[in-house]
Write a protein that binds this ligand. Structure first.
Ligand code: OXD
Ligand code: MN
Length: 593
């Protein structure tokens, strides 16, 4: 169905005149149209149909070798002034950027088809939801967007004759990394992406819209777009409380979103329900509480490391109607494999770049069959623990916000911020230490406020200000309580002190007990720490000494961190909200007593 919306039609004409596609196809969201596109992509080799008995509805795609991840150095926030984009974003004057990109887009779709994808972030028609239209010359993008968002005629209906939308343009062009650009123009609600075909750069509803553009819209309109999972924790009485949590990459965010409780808690009747694994949109409801929706409809998850043991629910979600990108193929049965799936790499394998190899010998020699950032795009409804509130247009009420990072020594297992303002400071000082898995030095502290460093669509200092403003709009007893967790504390020999995974549920239960006012806590220099006996360690093999250590604050280590925090905040100059500077001073004073 085409639209009468004049804004859509004028924009489409302008984009088509620039890119000059041979044909324009509207995506209606019907299964028949998607199926025809899958067939076409398989006929051209863009996708491979996997074993339909073992993996019904599943397909495989391989990207160019130079195009396997988000490219932060090629990602720009083009606000009218550099100050509006702030010191942590790349910036270029919008006029200059449009002029530069227009040259690249000129005729870029000649001889190709332009697909018009109307999509909704959030359930169609929800008061939280926003509409985007992505123009792309890639069937892979269409098929991924069909999983990750709600697409098609229903969205065009919801847009109506005069509705506004985010204008998203993607051209694959020749995937030249030198001319790759992922550009947000927040004031124009516009995203232009060119010369990439990798998910995070081209599924424009995800990071580009749902975080970068949406964080800007949220600041203007009084709501929040955050890089947070949403989970519901059900107690044996059947009551469900919801938690949002933000973590930098490599901290187990997807695993936490789909956590399986330890046996002992499962037997008691505790359950975890997943509302979202990556992004939350948050609004204050009529009752004064903060409500969240997951604007996405699928999971774009990292495959390596996902196994029955580490994340049974995520793995289950990938068993049907899923697109795999850059994993390995088991040629014997035309299924998929990745490092960490199990200990049996296929002998007869196609590695992610397309070479036929003996997978056992290949991996034994230290090579990876799947790219470390290989992905699955799976419908959220496939997940066995998907929340029944997943489609609720009103969202779910949030009891707690949890920030976290990977810190060997600094952060205790869990602590609670004194109030919202302190909680914003805790989020603003979030950091993670690099692991051996990534290139570069190990143990280097990277500051990543609210896990939004690569995703904030305006000046990070103003973003802190927006968080503070949101807190002022909620009564203290209604606002979510804010916490910080660290699953990665190490002893002097470098061993992890906390078992992690499902046992993280024990920490979530303390968090919810605090929200319900059921347990006291110790006020420390950094916030409220649990009394040891309030963390339920039944059936857990953990020494009292270790638990004690996990819940202590090493003042010297913290003082070092304060130095680093000061240096980090200095880049924001006068724009840093006074409350953040004040909280830093309180922390420093507390530690020097
Ligand atoms: C993601 C990311 O892919 O945060 O979710 O990079
Ligand atoms: Mn993410």
């Amino acid at each position: 169905m085409k639209t009468n919306n004049k804004k859509v039609l004028a924009w489409l004409d302008e984009m088509a005149a620039m890119t000059r596609p041979a044909e324009i196809v509207w995506i209606d969201g019907s299964e028949a149209q998607l199926e025809a596109l899958r067939e076409e992509a398989c006929a051209t080799g863009e996708m491979i149909k996997l074993n339909q008995e073992k993996l019904p509805g599943c397909y495989y795609h391989r990207t160019a070798e130079n195009d396997v991840a988000r490219v932060e150095d090629r990602t720009f926030i083009c606000t009218p002034t550099k100050e509006e984009a702030g010191p942590v974003n790349n910036w270029m004057d919008p006029e200059e950027m449009y002029a530069k990109l227009k040259k690249l887009y000129d005729g870029s779709m000649e001889g190709r088809t332009m697909y018009v994808i109307p999509y909704s972030m959030g359930p169609v028609g929800s008061p939280f939801s926003k509409i985007g239209i992505e123009l792309t010359d890639s069937i892979y993008v269409v098929l991924n967007m069909a999983i990750m968002t709600r697409i098609g005629d229903a969205v065009i209906n919801a847009l109506g004759e005069d509705g506004d939308f985010v204008k998203c343009l993607h051209a694959k062009k020749d995937v030249n990394p030198e001319e790759r650009y992922i550009v947000q123009f927040p004031q124009d609600s516009t995203i232009w992406s060119i010369n990439s075909a990798y998910g995070g750069n081209v599924l424009l509803g995800k990071k580009c819209f749902a975080l970068r553009i949406a964080s800007y819209l949220g600041m203007k309109e009084g709501w929040m777009a955050e890089h947070m999972l949403i989970l519901g924790l059900e107690n044996p009485q059947g009551e469900v409380k919801y938690i949002c949590a933000a973590f930098p990459s490599a901290c187990g965010k997807t695993n936490l979103a789909m956590l399986i409780p330890p046996e002992y808690l499962k037997e008691k009747g505790y359950k975890v329900w997943t509302v979202g694994d990556d992004i939350s949109w948050l609004r204050i409801g009529d009752d004064g509480r903060l409500y969240a929706i997951n604007p996405e409809a699928g999971f774009f998850g990292v495959a390596p490391g996902t196994s029955e043991k580490t994340n049974f629910n995520a793995l289950e979600a990938t068993k049907k109607n899923t697109i795999f990108t850059n994993v390995a193929i088991n040629n014997d049965d035309n299924t998929v494999w990745w490092e960490g799936l199990d200990k049996n790499p296929p002998v007869n394998a196609t590695e992610w770049k397309g070479a036929q190899v003996n997978g056992v010998e290949y991996t034994a020699a230290g090579n990876k069959l799947a790219h470390p950032n290989s992905r699955f795009t799976a419908p959220a409804i496939n997940c066995p623990c998907i929340s029944k509130e997943f489609e609720n247009p009103q969202g779910v009420p949030i009891s707690a916000i949890v920030f976290g990072g990977r810190r060997a020594k600094t952060a205790p297992l869990v602590y609670q911020a004194r109030d919202w303002e302190h909680g914003v400071f805790v989020g603003a000082t979030m950091a993670s230490e690099t692991t051996a898995a990534a290139a570069g030095a190990v143990g280097v502290v990277r500051r990543d406020p609210m896990a939004m460093k690569p995703f904030v669509g305006y000046n990070m200092a103003d973003y802190f200000g927006h968080w503070l403003e949101m807190g002022k709009k909620m009564d203290a007893d209604k606002a979510p309580k804010i916490f910080h967790v660290n699953w990665f504390r190490q002893d002097d020999e470098g061993h992890f002190m906390w078992p992690g995974f499902g046992d993280n549920m024990r920490v979530l239960l303390w968090i919810l007990d605090r929200c319900a006012g059921k347990v006291d806590a110790n006020e420390s220099e950094i916030g409220y720490l649990p009394n040891m006996e309030d963390i339920d360690v039944t059936d857990l093999d953990i020494d009292a000494d270790v638990l004690k250590e996990l819940l202590t604050v090493d003042k010297d280590v913290w003082m070092e961190d304060v130095k680093d925090q000061k240096e980090y905040f200095a880049q924001f100059g006068d724009r840093l909200p006074a409350e953040i500077a004040k909280q830093l001073e309180i922390l420093e004073n507390n530690l020097s007593k």
